[in-house]
Design a protein around this ligand. Structure first.
Ligand code: NAD
Length: 368
């Protein structure tokens, strides 16, 4: 693999985390960064996320063997147009990180010279509501899907070379056609963001007349609305670049809500039960149950009191096991036990942990 200079435009959460993953596998590669604001540029330099940083997008582009555009979608398209005018290295690979693919790929195919540059669309499918280089995390993409969407500018070598460059992310690489990518993500990502914000807005307005709304909102409501904290600019850009698919999902959902409203109005107990049962069954079938893509895991639940050091005490007991995740299924009430959920890679570790906790504590331990 001959790539030596990687240029990442956008030292935000995604760009800076990609840089850390590339460094992990290829410490000898030179990583150059662009960021328009001083803050993330400084953080990227101070933390050694990049070797050099600039506020002038054009400056480093001609030096690069690989260029990764990790800025909002609208800006990604603008930068593709800028790159088309520059004298870049022969056969440079250009890719992006945008959450939608079709508009970006159309721009790349329209503006970039196919005989001089290679382009493949990318979507590293992990993130958080945090932004900026300050939130960079080398583990962000571990076990997450990393999607490549081929274009007319993708050559046989393009994706294998990128896979090698990005090996340190420990992501799960997969190729998906851009149109299909945008349809699927409209369902599982873009539309849920609209729902979360609408639900938050509804509850916020309700709290004006019913003050306890803010106090009673607990675990379930929090799970449903977590993504309402996402960055508004990024989500505006995403929705506008995939508006047809999102609108189609929205209409479909309205119809489903109307159907449920009708069942409630008719007091159709059996149909309402089936509505909930279908949701429960479909959720169990989803890969979502394999947390963050970990292929198999085994869950243990412990009723723990809300007391100091209880969780530490349990984790201490489990030292040396294949524990992969710890989650507190917290309820917003003082008088009930919290439920600690611990996931293991192997069944034998799960059973061993169950025995250990039962022997050394009087907490109730049970399996999923
Ligand atoms: P971020 O807010 O952390 O970083 C955005 C970066 O873009 C920053 O470096 C910012 O300075 C730069 N930027 C924004 N507007 C700009 C403009 N007009 N001109 C020049 N630079 C500009 O966001 P992020 O989460 O790193 O998102 C970057 C890309 O990754 C987006 O395309 C987003 O769709 C995609 N993405 C985000 C997530 C996620 O959950 N955060 C996940 C996968 C992909």
């Amino acid at each position: 693999m001959e790539e030596k200079v990687v240029y990442i435009a956008g030292m935000g959460l995604i760009g800076a985390s990609l840089a850390l993953g590339i460094r992990r596998q290829h410490p000898d590669y030179k990583i150059l960064g662009y960021n328009r604001s001083d803050q993330s540029r400084q953080i990227a330099l101070e933390r050694g996320i990049v070797d050099e940083a600039t506020a002038d997008f054009k400056a480093f582009a001609p030096l690069a063997d690989v260029i990764i555009l990790a800025v909002p979608i609208k800006q990604t398209i603008d930068f593709i147009k800028v790159l088309a005018q520059l004298d870049l290295k022969e056969n440079v690979i250009i890719t992006d990180a945008g959450s939608t693919k079709l508009k970006i790929i159309q721009a790349a195919e329209k503006y970039l010279p196919a005989d001089k540059v290679q382009f493949v669309g990318s979507h590293p499918m992990a993130g958080s509501h945090k932004t900026g280089a300050i939130a960079a995390n080398v583990h962000l993409f571990e076990n997450a899907y990393y999607i490549f969407s081929p274009t007319r500018l993708t050559r046989e070598e393009t994706i294998p070379r990128l896979k090698d460059l990005l090996l340190g992310l420990k992501a799960r690489f997969i190729e998906v056609e851009a149109a299909e990518h945008d349809l699927v993500t409209s369902q599982i990502s873009h539309f849920p963001h609209i729902l979360a914000s609408a639900l938050m807005e509804q509850a916020g307005d309700y709290a004006n007349g019913h003050e306890l709304t803010n106090h009673f909102a607990a675990g379930g409501f929090r799970d449903m609305t977590r993504i309402a904290e996402s960055e508004p600019g990024m989500w505006t850009s995403i929705l506008l670049s995939n508006s047809d698919a999102v609108l189609e999902r929205l209409t479909d959902f309205k119809n489903r809500l109307d159907a449920v409203a009708e069942l409630i109005g008719q007091k159709d107990e059996e149909a309402i039960w089936h509505f909930f049962d279908a949701g429960r069954r479909k959720r169990k079938e989803m890969e979502i149950h394999k947390r963050a893509g970990v292929d198999s895991f085994y869950d243990l639940f412990v009723d723990v009191p809300d007391e100091e050091d209880v969780i530490l005490q349990i984790l201490e007991l489990l030292r040396g096991t294949s524990l992969v995740n710890v989650h507190i299924n917290e309820e917003n009430r003082d008088d009930i036990n919290g439920i600690l959920q611990i996931s293991f890679k192997s069944e034998s570790d799960l059973l061993h942990a169950q025995t250990l906790i039962s022997q050394h504590t009087d907490y109730h331990v049970y399996l999923d």
